[in-house]
Unconditional design. Structure first.
Length: 158
């Protein structure tokens, strides 16, 4: 198995059970990789490599934008949409100017946004841990104060 194949299998397994935020984080990671490889391709004058990576980066941006809930996301969704449009414009500019420097700056800002998404995911995980029932703490047979009434509500909305 090659490193590329192993990496692809790992990413596929990691995203199969990921939350929506987890998928957004994975897409940001993919975008950073595309931009990083495009910058390296510019530096070594690899036209095909540069084009392939940038095209894939544009597709990742398109996927990220398609995941935005513009109807319910309000100003936050609009700002994120503008951010993705800015990154797309900078990738185009770097393509025209053959500028790895522009791409390196985009890597920095995409990583900043990725870290913000990671914090959202961490906060959500912390909230889930704080509200999760502790199994074994109350048992209907051994604890007379056990209540069969539901303590938590369940929602599939994201």
């Amino acid at each position: 198995m090659t490193n590329t194949t192993a990496s692809l299998q790992y990413r596929r397994a990691a995203t199969q059970h990921a939350s929506v935020v987890g998928l957004v984080i994975a897409l940001h990671d993919t975008l950073v990789g595309n931009i990083r490889r495009a910058a390296a391709a510019i530096e070594r004058n690899d036209i095909q490599g540069r084009c392939d990576e940038l095209v894939h980066g544009f597709k990742v941006l398109q996927q990220l934008e398609s995941m935005l809930d513009m109807e319910n996301g309000g100003q936050t969704a609009l700002k994120i949409q503008r951010f993705y449009a800015h990154v797309r414009g900078q990738l185009l500019l770097a393509q025209f100017k053959l500028s790895p420097e522009i791409l390196h700056r985009q890597i920095e800002i995409v990583i900043e946004v990725r870290e913000a998404w990671q914090q959202v995911d961490n906060d959500a995980a912390q909230n889930r841990r704080q509200t999760a029932p502790v199994y074994g703490a109350a048992h209907p047979v051994t604890d007379p104060t056990f209540s069969a009434e539901p303590r938590l509500s369940f929602s599939c909305s994201f």
